[in-house]
Design a protein around this ligand. Structure first.
Ligand SMILES: [Zn+2]
Length: 272
């Protein structure tokens, strides 16, 4: 039996394909917004949530949190609407997903569980709208699925598609099921996994996000041993992950340090 979530996902995947399929990166959102009759995209101070869709009698507005813009740039010119940061582009695309669902009669979510499922459906739409199938096939078509090569592909894809790194990481993981990405941020106790594209066994959720990697953990030491290396990219023994996650990783890992933290790609992850 097809659940309503699968039905929504498949409807949005078709819509993403018809809106941006075949277009070269980066995908321009302005024409897509016109097609979907979005009248206005406005930056407003929103403290809670990432974006808002406002549907009124005569117009449809997408509200973006002003905070994100301040973080991205203080310059006046970037306040001009039409110039969006990768995060803002993702938020706009996500809200378009909500808009399409509402126009197709999807009811508002009931309770927290439905809310988060719906969020994931709209995130999936946003990723597919901004990184179309052609872009994925072109990047992954060469067949080099080593972890270090996938880290490079992910970074390049995020840059070219003008999307957050996490969006590119999820999109690649969805296309290569044995592959996953992590992003870790430095914390007082060590590191926190802030992005994890590893799906659980039945592929209904993501695992690892929010997990702590403490300074005494073998994983922490290994990640920082690589930091000292020139180029800051290297292979790590995959088994160090099994303490942190319920994953038995028996293959290839690569890690990259940048100013925001640490990015890790892993291929051939197998559940214990
Ligand atoms: Zn949403």
């Amino acid at each position: 039996m097809i659940t309503k979530w699968q039905a929504y996902t498949s409807l949005l995947q078709q819509q993403a394909y018809s809106l941006s399929g075949g277009l070269p990166l980066w995908i321009r959102l302005q024409p897509i917004c016109s097609t979907l009759e979005v009248t206005e995209i406005t930056r407003v101070p929103i403290h809670k949530g990432r974006g808002l869709l406002k549907i009124m009698e005569t117009d449809v507005r997408i509200l973006l949190p002003e905070m994100d813009l301040k973080a991205a740039s203080q310059s006046r010119s970037s306040r001009t609407l039409g110039m969006y940061t990768p995060t803002e582009r993702f938020v706009i695309a996500h809200e378009l997903g909500h808009l399409i669902l509402l126009r197709n009669g999807a009811p508002k979510p009931f309770g927290a569980s439905e809310y988060w499922k719906l969020e994931e459906v709209c995130n999936d739409f946003a990723r597919r709208l901004l990184i179309n199938e052609e872009a994925i096939n072109e990047r992954l078509g060469r067949g080099d699925y080593s972890a270090s090569s996938l880290l490079k592909i992910c970074a390049g894809l995020a840059l070219d598609a003008k999307v957050p790194w996490s969006a590119a990481a999820y999109r690649i993981s969805e296309s290569l099921p044995d592959t996953g990405f992590f992003r870790l941020e430095p914390k007082q106790y060590g590191l926190k996994i802030v992005v994890s594209t590893f799906a659980n066994k039945d592929r209904t959720g993501w695992i690892g996000s929010g997990k702590k990697v403490r300074q005494k953990d073998p994983l922490y030491k290994v990640l920082f041993e690589i930091k000292g290396m020139p180029g800051a990219q290297g292979q790590i023994p995959a088994n160090v992950f099994s303490d942190i996650l319920d994953l038995n990783l028996n293959s290839d890992c690569a890690v990259y340090h940048d100013q925001y933290g640490i990015k890790v790609a892993i291929v051939k992850a197998i559940f214990q």
